[in-house]
Write a new protein. Structure first.
Length: 128
């Protein structure tokens, strides 16, 4: 598995296709990505080949068709993307990001309660 999956927007589209359902044959991916993002067959096949070479997806040939599946878990890729965003936009400051988000967005009571729960869990883990 690729330990450093900084995904491009195009790679995210392929990963979403495979995270939704895997394995998929190349043609299943072609049909899905044509419908979801409008890609031509050649674009999808090129992306599958490149992403396999990069270690982002796995490809197995069962003799009838190549089967593709993600080599990177969604949670790992999302965590990496979040950390990159946080570092790039907020200089790594979670509090700066939360301040910016909460000052511009109306949060529901349920969202506020969930944020408090997340912070309490983080505090417990920090004390441990």
């Amino acid at each position: 598995m690729n330990e450093n999956p900084a995904l491009t927007n195009a790679e995210w589209s392929v990963m979403e296709c495979l995270w939704e359902r895997a394995p998929r044959t190349a043609m299943e991916a072609v049909h899905h990505l044509k419908k979801s993002v409008g890609w031509a067959k050649s674009t999808t096949l090129t992306m599958l080949r490149r992403m396999t070479e990069k270690g982002l997806i796995n490809c197995e040939d069962d003799g009838h068709a190549k089967q593709y599946s993600p080599a990177v878990e969604r949670s790992f890729a999302a965590s990496r993307e979040t950390q990159d965003f946080l570092n790039r936009v907020y200089k790594g400051s979670v509090s700066m990001m939360m301040s910016a988000m909460t000052s511009r967005e109306e949060l529901s009571k349920a969202e506020i309660d969930r944020l408090y729960e997340i912070l309490r869990n983080a505090e417990e883990n920090a004390d441990a």
